[in-house]
Design a binder for this molecule. Structure first.
Ligand SMILES: [Zn+2]
Length: 550
């Protein structure tokens, strides 16, 4: 249900609307009015309700208030499944705006859950618009093949503070909307798609809490590209972390995504491919994917033992087309998820059990996988001068095939067996809060326990000179030495046998590529290490009888 408090900034309307019904009706009239007053393209369509972008002929994108009004109006319409839409808050932004998702259909535990996240980068607004249109289609009774097959959760407008800063000056080379888009960063200047390890934004903390609570088997994150001029309508990626459960990874890369790609071609005429950019900007040198680190949302969700899909609409298609291709891609993913629902649920349960059983290895020092020769599509663009003197870059709908080396994944070069668990020697409140926010299980020892341990001896502690997201990232190199330690009563022990073991290892291992060390959470403790104190996190290999000697 949508609580009144959810509709911020509408106090005036609320105060003069005694009933929710009347309130909804007033917004509906407002929207219909907009629809009638704006120019239409082609013959009159018989849509029960238009989104703001549709009403503006895709010359503008919606603000929070317009998304809320659309959803409220949609729920109040006499459509077969309108009453299945529920709007649920899950937190608030840095500036106090509501974070919310739309649930379609009653929650059923036996079904897989899919969370579709839009607008994490508020300059990339096609997902926000596609989600609204898709929700209308679902409310109208379309897409019966996915209805009742999954729990569907849509976050239409995740970086809501960024969205409200709409300005034509943002992403000038993107091909519309003319009215402008929001900012990439949130109100604190943080990139929400680099924050999934450190969780410094209120938005990502709320989203990770939602992931913990609803535990979606599939997470989709909707973007638009920033890079090469290619000939694909949309590019996509699974989690790129080499640490993803191998069976889940094989299903995503080998079954789900290839079938979506085929359906996009056959049912919609869209060419889609693995996300990438030309190596060194030169198409002939190859097509290379991006980054395996879990600071990125879709990489992160992979470490949680769930499927994830990144969607990147090609930013030089016109805005309407980007919305259409994004909607088609989401829909085809949902169709595959509906078809493979039981298998997906089973694979996620199995991934949890594999992690709980233990015996995993941490891969690190990762590199791009071997290239494979494949056909990509090279695009052509033209530059159109805007009023502000900047160039808008526009796709010319040319798709020239070229066979090049393609690298769409990463592999680890070195491996380290997981210990029994990790002893956090000096747990700061910040570290403990973060473990809880990620949902990592830990225990506090009820009594002193003697353990065989591995202690990291760093021979390189290198801080990046460049500031990134308010940090100077730390890189560690070194080796482990074995020893014995007594962990005093109350010590924090994080067992490596737990469903989120892969995430725990990423956070706590000094050689992991995107850890709490990377993000400076242990900087103060490492000062003590330099003065001869223990390394802040020790690997516990075995428990020893309290009397045993080295
Ligand atoms: Zn993006």
């Amino acid at each position: 249900m949508l609580p009144f408090s959810f509709l911020q900034g509408k106090a005036m309307i609320l105060s003069c609307s005694p009933s929710k019904g009347k309130f909804r009706a007033s917004w509906l009239c407002f929207l219909l009015l907009i629809s009638c007053e704006t120019p239409q393209s082609g013959p009159k369509e018989t849509l029960p309700l238009k989104s703001f972008a549709e009403s503006q002929n895709f010359l503008a994108t919606s603000r929070l208030e317009q998304v809320q009004a659309f959803l409220e109006a949609l729920r109040s319409l006499d459509l077969p499944f309108a009453s299945e839409l529920k709007i649920e808050p899950f937190g608030e932004s840095e500036e106090g705006r509501p974070l919310f998702f739309v649930r379609f259909g009653p929650k059923k535990d036996e079904l897989p859950t899919v969370l579709i996240n839009a607008n994490i980068h508020a300059g990339e607004v096609e997902g926000k618009e596609a989600v609204q249109i898709l929700l209308r289609e679902l409310a109208m009774g379309q897409h019966g093949e996915i209805r009742g097959k999954m729990n569907l959760l849509f976050v239409p407008i995740f970086n809501v503070d960024g969205n409200e800063r709409i300005d034509p000056a943002h992403r000038p080379d993107q091909n519309g909307p003319e009215g402008g888009v929001g900012t990439r960063a949130n109100a604190k200047g943080l990139d929400l798609n680099r924050d999934f390890i450190k969780l410094e934004s209120k938005e990502d903390r709320a989203l990770v809490a939602l992931l913990r609570r609803e535990d979606p088997e599939v997470f989709m994150d909707l973007h638009a590209t920033d890079g090469s001029y290619h000939g694909f309508h949309l590019t996509y990626s699974p989690s790129l972390s080499p640490e993803v459960d191998p069976k889940l990874d094989a299903f995503n890369r080998g079954i789900l995504l290839p079938r979506v790609r085929k359906a996009m071609r056959e049912r919609h005429g869209y060419f889609v491919f693995d996300y990438g950019n030309y190596r060194g900007g030169d198409p002939k040198r190859g097509w290379v994917t991006y980054d395996p680190r879990p600071r990125f949302g879709t990489n992160y969700v992979g470490l949680r033992g769930r499927l994830s899909i990144l969607s990147e609409a090609y930013s030089h298609l016109d805005f309407k087309k980007r919305v259409e291709v994004t909607k088609a891609f989401v829909l085809e993913c949902l169709r595959q998820i509906a078809y493979h629902g039981e298998e997906i649920k089973g694979l996620c349960e199995e991934a949890d059990q594999t992690a709980q059983r233990g015996g995993l290895k941490l891969g690190y020092d990762s590199e791009l996988e071997e290239p494979q020769l494949e056909e990509i599509l090279v695009g052509k663009v033209e530059r159109l001068r805007r009023k502000d003197g900047k160039d808008r870059i526009v796709d010319l709908d040319v798709h020239e095939p070229l066979t090049v080396p393609v690298q769409r994944g990463f592999r680890a070069r070195r491996f380290l067996a997981y210990p029994l668990g990790w002893w956090i020697v000096h747990p700061s409140t910040k570290v403990m809060d973060l473990l809880k926010e990620h949902g990592i299980l830990f225990e506090r020892l009820a009594k002193d326990r003697k353990a065989g341990v591995e202690i990291f001896r760093p021979d390189l502690l290198q801080k990046e000179k460049r500031e990134f997201q308010g940090h100077h990232e730390l890189r560690l190199r070194g080796s482990f030495v074995e020893g014995q330690k007594t962990l005093p009563q109350g010590s924090v022990f994080v067992p490596a046998q737990q469903a989120l073991a892969r995430l725990a290892a990423m956070l706590l291992e000094p050689l992991a590529e995107d850890s709490l060390f990377t993000w400076n959470f242990f900087d103060a403790a490492l000062e003590t290490t330099k003065e001869g104190g223990d390394f802040p996190v020790l690997r516990v290999l075995s428990w020893l009888k309290s009397g045993s000697q080295r």
